[in-house]
Design a protein around this ligand. Structure first.
Ligand code: AMP
Ligand code: MG
Length: 325
């Protein structure tokens, strides 16, 4: 089966063509804010200006008659971006005369990770700009075991970086600066059961800018926030009695986070997996691949049900394609 997928929830507009085995083609256009963070209206304008171009690029790589489905990111994400992506996907599906399928962006992050690591049933730590969740598959759904009570870890890093005068996206800049220090400053460590909260770290780190070096703040920020994520991931492995941990989402590119998670997994005899960063960050292939799985299991989205769903949660999606013994 060959499916075209379109991702456009926030910063990376991306279209891709996949079949059952591999990514056949991908074209992307990243929105880089001139100043500040992601502005929903500007991000949507970026999608509107570039969506025809990325789709045309992907279509030109194949005979469009071979495409058997059109998948699109239906949510969660920025409403103004999602609406444009949905409009393009509906038009394309009608034009090609093939089924339309609306994909949950979080589920797509998980599915591309499972695809690229050959995992069947892992605990998933999903860490991106707006989302931070620990999930586990059970009875046809990805259950959210724990999640952030306020902002996502990526937004938390980006927000602090902005207040320190660093350009967007802040995550990779904080990672680089953190490597220059080993001096730990205490920061709010907030884990409540399986949930966690990051906004206190942003406040503390911003306040610390008055008296400490940027390098030691970045180091302490990462050590604190990532330890919280490691704690909850470990508890999830233990409580669900699973032995694989899969990292998903753009913040997963962080080498220190990967190191901390792999040490925890090694200590408890579990295995740790992270796909390459092109499949951690937002990408069209994850939408196309998840759309393919859905279509293979008879799931399609009627035009009338294809509207944007900015607060779409992963546990709303039926997942019939995982076979656990
Ligand atoms: P996504 O929406 O999944 O593509 O993730 C985007 C988020 O990942 C942004 O908040 C980035 O700042 C963050 N990010 C990207 N690379 C890194 C990194 N190396 N370390 C920490 N955060 C990162
Ligand atoms: Mg994402």
């Amino acid at each position: 089966m060959t499916v075209l997928g379109i991702e456009g929830t926030a910063w990376n507009l991306s279209a891709s063509l996949v079949d059952d085995d591999e990514v056949l083609c991908e074209a992307s256009s990243a929105y880089i804010p001139a100043s500040g963070g992601i502005h929903p209206r500007e991000a949507a304008q970026h999608v509107a200006n570039n969506i025809a171009g990325v789709i045309r690029q992907v279509l030109s790589s194949t005979d469009p008659r071979l495409i058997e489905g059109v998948a699109f990111s239906q949510g969660p994400g920025l409403g103004p971006c999602l609406r444009i992506v949905g409009t393009a996907a509906r038009a394309l599906s009608l034009r090609l005369g093939v089924p339309l399928v609306g994909v949950n962006h979080c589920v797509a992050h998980i599915e591309v990770g499972r695809w690229k690591t050959d995992l069947v049933d892992p605990i998933v730590l999903y860490v991106s700009g707006a989302n931070s969740q620990v999930l586990s598959y059970r009875q046809q759904r990805y259950r959210i075991l724990g999640e952030t009570l306020d902002i996502g870890i990526g937004n938390c890093l980006d927000k602090f970086a902005r207040s320190a005068g660093l350009p967007h996206p802040g995550g990779p800049k904080v990672e680089r600066l953190a490597q220059e220090s080993r001096n730990y400053l205490p920061m709010p460590y907030v884990v409540k059961g399986m949930d966690f909260s990051f906004s206190g770290i942003v406040t503390a780190a911003t306040e610390a800018l008055k008296s400490a070096s940027l390098e030691e703040i970045c180091y302490s920020f990462q050590e604190t926030a990532f330890s919280m994520l490691v704690e909850v991931s470990e508890r999830a492995l233990s409580q669900m009695d699973k032995s694989d941990l899969l990292l998903a989402g753009g913040v997963g590119a962080n080498a220190r986070l990967q190191e901390m998670l792999s040490v925890m997994c090694a200590q408890r005899g579990a295995r740790f997996y992270a796909p390459k960063s092109e499949y951690l960050q937002d990408n069209g292939a994850m939408i196309a691949h998840t759309g393919l799985l859905m279509l293979r299991h008879g799931i399609q989205t009627a035009i009338a049900c294809s509207g944007a769903n900015p607060s779409f949660r992963p546990d709303e999606v039926e997942v019939p394609w995982i076979e656990t013994h």
